[in-house]
Write a protein that binds this ligand. Structure first.
Ligand code: AGP
Length: 610
């Protein structure tokens, strides 16, 4: 999952600074190498290197390249090591064509062998380079004709942008499986993997669909399909503003996004609570009361943090609707022989709305005739557009690779969905109204949980040298233990595992010694007494216990070395509060270890490849 960007204008602007600025905004998509290609009066000129966009900026300052159109790329390597040689743009044998690619070419080896037999010599070890040689080989007088002919041979996923020295100012774009959108300006046009890259210049964007080919010139743009039939695509207006994707004085986007959660939870709730009737207004869901009443099974699919939110969602939805809920790793689910009972509602949870495995799981569920709704943060993303209906989180852009505010908003959205479905499945009005009130109190309670930061920072200083950690929870907070462990792993590189607290006795307890930090997620709820016994078992083996408990109730006393007290709320909603000190702990430990919190190694924000 890389970031691609392109610009073509009539000369009113230089392309290089626009591409570099946009690439900086796309860096969360992949950041192991970067490059650009500019159409100059001397042909297509490229600059590329291993490392960050900042390095490319410095390279271009040393070796300036000027022109009114070009393409650029920031990479997350899939095929070929993250080196300067393998960085994009990829060029053909004569360096007349340059291409940037996001996705995976599955038949690259076969294509490469055929192209090498035909006399092409390859510069890199990448799968992407096969595309540019295919275009070089393809028939056609125009770049778009060549791209269309070349793609006939390709199996895989791609979002590509291509330039050709023979047609200065023209950029050809194609989409199959990887997100690409166009930006419309006045006498200038943009292409990008997401809107953040071009918001400095336009708010008018066109999302491309799979199979689309777009042709951009300074004068105009148009979209065609593989038979060159013109395709009409909607022009959307981006509503969020640039400030939302700026650091605004925070050291990291992750820190900013953790701190924003009382506001983002409020934003997910805004205009959706109907107190009198104890339900939720979810207009985008596209589910009538009759549709809701007919649901007999709910299946949730997602990856990573979204899968953890799904596990919390199972507790919430089963409790509020009495409908059986299954939660699936999307990457596993998509390849299973689906046995789908009729009246199954599939919920695809995804912050980015572009995660390839979740998208394919959605398509598999649909093929098995399930109704599909999306719980998505990015407006206009593919999962949002391919779902029958859905709930937008309205949490604003999430830039930090480690997901935080999306998780809490996903749980709020699942609780709203629980209210909406519960009304048609016999949930009593009083219980619905109580939950609606509890939801409305959340933003204030989140603010109080965030106030634990100074205590958490001190804890981080104490555990910064840990090599392992164990996170334990029960019931609706077991997924929070998983999420806490994931946050620590992905940004501090400390090995951590989340487990159901009772499961610990069946193996992981062997890991416990007086160096092992054991984080218990133990709010005061019906399983709290059981969690206390699990704490006893860990304490007896010298484990160093950190307990997240409820203010004013359930003092674990001497059982834990450290207690982090969160405000009380409805047990089903407690994960929204219990996760916050865990997000902060991971953040501060990673900062103290000097890790690149927003760009953790080997990760990327949106996993658009399998
Ligand atoms: C979480 O911090 C990770 N970035 C990752 O696990 C993420 O949750 C997963 O890739 C799913 O992303 P999505 O919600 O955008 O589909």
């Amino acid at each position: 999952m890389c970031g691609i960007i392109g610009y073509t204008g009539g000369g009113q602007r230089e392309a290089t600074p626009i591409l570099l600025r946009g690439l900086g905004r796309l860096e969360y998509r992949g950041y192991d190498s970067a490059g650009l290609a500019i159409q100059t009066d001397r042909g297509v000129v490229t600059r590329k290197l291993a490392g960050r966009v900042g390095g490319l900026q410095a390279l271009v300052e040393r070796l300036p390249v000027h022109g009114a159109s070009g393409i650029a790329h920031t990479r997350w390597a899939t095929h070929g090591a993250p080196t300067a040689r393998n960085a994009h743009p990829q060029v053909d044998c004569h360096e007349r064509i340059a291409l940037v690619h996001n996705g995976i070419i599955e038949n690259a080896d076969a294509l490469r062998a055929a192209l090498e037999r035909a006399g092409h010599s390859f510069w890199t070890d990448t799968d992407s380079e096969t595309l540019v040689h295919l275009i070089e080989d393809a028939p056609g007088d125009t770049l778009e004709a060549r791209v269309i002919a070349a793609l006939e041979h390709v199996v895989g996923t791609y979002g590509i942008a291509v330039v050709w020295a023979e047609e200065p100012g023209k950029i050809v774009v194609a989409r199959q499986g990887s997100p690409v959108l166009l930006g419309l300006g006045d006498g200038e046009y943009f292409v990008a993997s997401d809107a953040a890259a071009i918001l400095d210049y336009t708010r008018s964007i066109v999302h491309l669909d799979d199979g689309d080919i777009a042709v951009l010139t300074p004068e105009s743009y148009h979209v065609v399909d593989r038979e060159s039939h013109v395709q009409l695509r909607a022009v959307d207006d981006v509503t969020w503003d640039l400030e939302e994707i700026e650091l605004n004085g925070y050291a990291h986007f992750m820190q900013k996004e953790i701190a924003e959660q009382s506001e983002t939870v409020r934003s997910t709730l805004r205009g959706r609570l109907v107190f009198d009737d104890g339900t939720a207004r979810l207009d985008g869901l596209n589910l009538t009361p009759a549709d809701c009443a007919a649901i007999r099974h709910i299946n949730i699919v997602g990856c990573g943090t979204s899968w953890h939110a799904g596990l919390v969602g199972r507790h919430i939805l089963e409790t509020l609707t009495q409908i059986p809920v299954t939660v699936e790793y999307a990457s596993e689910y998509r390849y299973r022989r689906l046995v789908m009972s009729p009246d199954t509602l599939t919920i695809a949870i995804s912050q980015s709305g572009e995660t390839a495995d979740t998208l394919e799981a959605l398509r598999a569920a649909r093929a098995a005739r399930s109704r599909v709704i999306g719980l998505v943060n990015v407006v206009g993303s593919t999962i949002a557009r391919e779902s029958d209906g859905g709930i937008y989180l309205h949490a604003g852009p999430e830039i930090g690779v480690a997901s935080t505010k999306a998780f809490t908003s996903q749980i709020v959205a699942l609780a709203l969905l629980g209210l909406y479905l519960g009304r048609e499945h016999g949930l009593a009005l009083a219980m619905r109204q109580d939950l609606a009130c509890r939801l409305a109190q959340l933003p204030g309670l989140v603010t109080r949980a965030l106030a634990l930061e100074p205590e958490v920072r001190m804890l981080a200083e104490e555990f910064v040298q840990s090599r392992n950690a164990l996170y334990l929870g029960r019931g609706v907070n077991f997924p929070v233990a998983l999420e806490g462990a994931l946050k620590l792993k992905e940004i501090s590189y400390i090995h951590a595992e989340g487990y159901p607290a009772a499961e610990m006795k069946h193996g992981p307890i062997a890991l416990i010694d007086n160096e092992m930090p054991v984080v218990f997620v133990a709010p005061h709820d019906e399983v709290y007494p059981k969690v206390l016994s699990n704490m006893q078992e860990v304490k007896a083996r010298g484990g160093r216990i950190i307990a997240v408990t409820t203010e004013g109730r359930g003092d674990v006393g001497t059982l834990a070395e450290h207690q982090l007290r969160i405000p009380e709320t409805a047990p089903l909603l407690s994960p929204i509060l219990t996760v916050i000190p865990l997000q902060l702990l991971a953040y501060h430990i990673a900062v103290l270890r000097g890790c690149d919190v927003d760009r953790p190694r080997n990760l990327a924000k949106s996993v658009t490849v399998e």
